[in-house]
Design a binder for this molecule. Structure first.
Ligand SMILES: Cc1cc2nc3c(=O)[nH]c(=O)nc-3n(C[C@H](O)[C@H](O)[C@H](O)COP(=O)(O)OP(=O)(O)OC[C@H]3O[C@@H](n4cnc5c(N)ncnc54)[C@H](O)[C@@H]3O)c2cc1C
Length: 458
């Protein structure tokens, strides 16, 4: 590829803070809030015009179980719970049984306003519509995150940095090691649609099997799925077809996926319009961002494995815990492996069925755990990652990637930044016991590090 050489430029240092967080999903916001509550001045950089990441801009509006595998003990608290309480007060969260995979379905647009309120009340300096495009570094310390926003190109300096961008934009710009798996989880685009449901719900997918070819809708993309928008009447959040083989950190792949996803939505809605049910659905709004499950991971001091999460391996430095099954989407469909030994198989175009991956009576862990070391990039002194950028193999990532878990990694990164700042330490020197104790003092529900690794299901 030909290259051009831009003139060397001087970039204004527009802001300095104790901590700078790149990426304003709930992960990044929760990191910023936890650090601010412990006295840090915090800058938060988000490329979208709203906070909330996938939960808002991509309308992924489902938070999974916050209980252990028995459904009796709550294991996730902190800001996840605080935000759910806020959404409850607005009447914009639908609550489902705690042992079901999904526990809370919320209104994404309302969540955005709650996050605005959280950053405002914690005096966090927010940069919206600001993309981190470069970084400066001295030895193993990041010195600035460079943004481009409506004012041009500007630098933000800080003593500590958190990369919660999902794609590792700060990490990679600063030159720390990252990796990408061969097979990435698929992307989807969501849309708010009106008039898509009869009194009995959406038209069954099977009714369209003979129409797919005529509408150029490849069966391999699978069916869209539908959730009512909590707090609305008659609006559906339509999760579009899965697009496989897309690397959303590649600009051309990303653009092509957006165009194809909108075309597939239109093809699907045309099939609904042609159906004898007589519906005339229309798209009211497109999600502001493509739904991206996976791109880059940081190379960290520990790569979490599928075996560790399915066995409920405990860690002295555990900073997050969850029960969401290992859920890997592929072009053949989805297989969900639950901690209790069951496996749910959702083929592309056939009914769901259940089987076991563990025999009946095998030990069932209460939950799995994410160690702090899986957030610590190799060599980096004052940079930590949070969210889906963490280091986890394909199977472990299939479970831990969901938001009730990622939210906790954000809180842990924010608290770690406060402890590191207080002591003047690198992130790697933050004592695990102090980190866990401070997290729990602030509302997290981390189990004792030495709790029994598993329990036999009665
Ligand atoms: C279609 C789909 C369905 C899903 N279903 C569920 C579900 O039901 N429940 C569930 O819990 N999870 C679900 N997930 C997974 C979940 O949404 C993600 O794993 C989770 O949101 C990851 O959180 P994150 O904070 O790491 O990343 P993101 O939510 O991706 O947040 C990253 C943030 O960083 C910002 N950013 C990126 N680069 C830059 C930059 N250079 N400068 C500034 N800002 C930047 C982004 O705009 C974004 O706001 C689903 C995902 C998809 C795509």
């Amino acid at each position: 590829m030909k290259t051009i050489h831009e003139p060397v430029r001087a970039t204004p240092l527009c802001h300095e803070a104790d901590l700078c967080v790149v990426g304003g999903s709930c992960t990044g916001v929760f990191a910023a809030v936890r650090a601010a509550r412990l006295g840090l001045s915090v800058a938060l950089i988000e490329q979208n015009t709203v906070l909330g990441g996938m939960a808002v801009a991509a309308q992924v509006n489902d938070w999974h179980s916050i209980s252990d595998t028995s459904g009796q003990r709550q294991i996730i608290g902190g800001l996840t719970l605080e935000v759910i309480d806020r959404l409850r007060r607005r009447g914009v969260v639908e609550e489902i049984s705690p042992v079901h995979r999904s526990q809370f379905r919320f209104n994404s647009a309302e969540l955005a306003v709650e996050l605005d309120d959280l950053v405002r009340t914690h005096r966090i300096r927010v940069f919206l519509a600001a993309r981190c495009v470069a970084a400066t570094r001295e030895n193993n310390r990041v010195t600035t995150a460079i943004i481009e926003d409506r004012s041009g190109r500007r630098a933000i300096g800080a003593r500590y940095f958190i990369d919660a961008s999902g794609d590792g934009n700060l990490l990679r710009h600063a030159g720390f090691a990252a990796w990408k798996p061969d097979a990435l989880q698929p992307v989807n685009l969501q849309a708010i649609v009106a008039g898509n449901s009869t009194a009995d719900g959406p038209v069954p997918w099977n009714d369209f099997q003979d129409q797919l070819a005529a509408h150029d809708y490849p069966a391999a993309n699978g069916r869209p799925w539908h959730f009512p928008v909590p707090g609305s009447t008659g609006l559906t959040n339509l999760f579009g077809a899965r697009l496989n083989g897309v690397d959303a950190s590649d600009a051309d792949d990303h653009t092509a996926a957006l165009l194809e996803a909108r075309r597939l939505h239109r093809a699907y809605l045309d099939m609904v319009r042609a159906h004898p049910a007589g519906l005339k659905p229309v798209v009211v709004a497109w999600a502001q961002a493509l739904g991206v499950r996976q791109t880059w991971h940081a190379r960290c001091h520990h790569r979490l494995t599928g075996d560790e999460i399915l066995r409920g391996q405990t860690f002295d430095d555990a900073i997050a815990q969850g029960t969401y099954p290992v859920d890997i989407h592929s072009s053949d469909g989805t297989i969900l492996r639950y901690l209790d030994g069951r496996e749910e198989v959702v083929p592309k175009n056939a009914p769901t069925f259940w089987r076991r991956w563990q025999p009946e009576g095998a030990p069932v862990p209460a939950c799995y755990h994410v160690p702090y070391r899986s957030l610590l990039p190799l060599e980096a002194e004052n940079l930590i990652v949070a969210g889906r950028l963490l280091d986890a193999d394909r199977e472990a990532f299939g479970g831990v990637r969901v938001m009730v878990n990622m939210n906790q990694t954000g809180e842990a990164a924010g608290v770690a930044a406060a402890l590191a700042h207080r002591a003047g330490h690198p992130f790697s020197a933050v004592p695990a016991a102090a980190l866990r104790a401070t997290l729990n003092a602030g509302g997290s529900l981390l189990l004792p590090a030495a709790h029994p690794p598993s329990q036999t299901k009665e």
